[in-house]
Design a protein around this ligand. Structure first.
Ligand SMILES: Nc1ncnc2c1ncn2[C@@H]1O[C@H](COP(=O)(O)OP(=O)(O)O)[C@@H](O)[C@H]1O
Ligand SMILES: [Mg+2]
Length: 264
C-alpha cells in the first residue's frame, strides 16, 4: 500500500480509567477495500472506530488517513473524508428522509448558509446510490429499520467520503435487510472506491462480505494484544482463531465452494 492511500492505524492503545481496552493495535488498510472487524462484545471495536474517526483520542499511537494524521485535521475537513454511521442511530423527530440525508452536507455548508444547488444534487445522488429515492418524501419515523439504516448510509455518502465507517450496520435488522444492507455497502465500496471499515457480529457475514477481516479479542489483562488475525476472510476466520476470540468451538463447512462457520 502506498503511504498516501488508505488508512494506517499505528500502535494505538486506549484505556478507560484503569481498564485497558486496546493495546498496540496496528492495521494497514488499502484504499477501496471492505474491512470487517469482528470480536466479542466489549473487545473495543466501537472504541477503535471512534479513534479512527478522531472522536476519541487514544492514549498512545496515531491514525493516518490518506497520508494525514486524523487529529491534525479540523472536524469539517475530516468529515469530507470520513463518513460515520454509529450503531443504532435513531432520530425521533419526524424529518423527511431527504432532509435527514441533506444533513450529511453540513461539512460543505458554511455556518448560517443554506444548502446550495450542489448540496441538493449530492443529496439526490446519495438517495439514488442507496436505492431509496422512492422514500425521499416519507417521514423518517415511519419507515422500516432496514430503510432507516439505508438513510443513515445515504446521509454519510452525501458527505462524499472516501472512507465509510459503520458500527454494527446490521444490528436490529431482519435477515433479508441484513443481507440487503451488506450487499449495498459492498456495492458502494466497489462503485465509489470507498474504503469501508465496519463492525459485524456474525463471523459468517464477515466471511461473505469482506475483503479483509480484523479478528479482535478482549485483552482481559493479557499482554497478547487485541488483534488475533488480520487478513483475507478465510485466513482470519479459522476454528483456531474463533476459539481464541470467542472461546467457542466451530468447524468450517464448504458449500459449493463457499465457506461457512458452524458451531460444534
Ligand atoms: N466511555 C466509556 N467509559 C468507560 N468504559 C467504556 C466507555 N466506552 C466503552 N467502555 C468499555 O470499554 C470496553 C470496549 O467497549 P467498546 O469499544 O464499545 O466494545 P465493542 O464495540 O467491541 O463491544 C467495554 O468493556 C466497555 O464497557
Ligand atoms: Mg460496539
Amino acid at each position: 500500500m502506498k503511504a498516501a492511500e488508505g488508512i494506517r492505524v499505528d500502535e494505538v492503545s486506549m484505556a478507560y480509567g484503569s481498564s485497558k481496552i486496546l493495546d498496540g493495535v496496528s492495521l494497514s488498510i488499502g484504499k477501496g477495500s471492505v474491512i470487517t472487524m469482528v470480536g466479542p462484545n466489549g473487545c473495543g471495536k466501537t472504541t477503535l472506530l471512534k479513534i479512527i474517526n478522531n472522536l476519541l483520542k487514544p492514549d498512545r499511537g496515531r491514525v493516518f488517513v490518506e497520508g494525514r494524521e486524523v487529529n491534525s485535521m479540523p472536524a469539517h475537513r475530516l468529515a469530507r473524508i470520513m463518513g460515520y454511521v454509529p450503531q443504532g442511530h435513531k432520530i425521533s423527530f419526524p424529518f423527511k428522509v431527504r432532509d435527514v440525508v441533506i444533513t450529511g452536507r453540513m461539512p460543505y455548508i458554511p455556518a448560517f448558509s443554506s444548502p446550495k444547488r450542489e448540496d441538493l444534487e449530492k443529496t439526490e445522488q446519495a438517495l439514488v446510490l442507496t436505492g431509496i429515492s422512492g422514500l425521499a418524501d416519507q417521514s423518517y419515523t415511519q419507515i422500516s429499520g432496514g430503510e432507516r439504516q439505508l438513510v443513515m448510509i445515504a446521509r454519510a455518502m452525501a458527505q462524499q467520503p472516501s472512507v465509510l465507517l459503520l458500527d454494527e450496520p446490521t444490528s436490529y435488522l431482519d435477515f433479508k435487510n441484513q443481507i440487503l444492507t451488506l450487499k449495498m455497502i459492498k456495492e458502494i465500496s466497489r462503485s465509489r472506491k470507498v474504503t469501508v471499515i465496519m463492525t459485524l457480529h456474525d463471523p459468517n457475514h464477515a466471511l461473505m462480505f469482506s475483503d479483509e477481516v480484523v479478528l479482535l479479542r478482549k485483552l482481559n489483562g493479557s499482554r497478547a494484544g487485541n488483534v488475533i488475525a488480520f487478513g483475507p476472510p478465510h485466513e482470519a476466520i479459522t476454528p483456531k482463531n474463533i476459539q481464541a476470540a470467542y472461546g467457542v468451538e466451530v468447524e468450517i463447512a464448504e458449500v459449493k465452494g463457499r465457506k461457512l462457520l458452524l458451531p460444534l
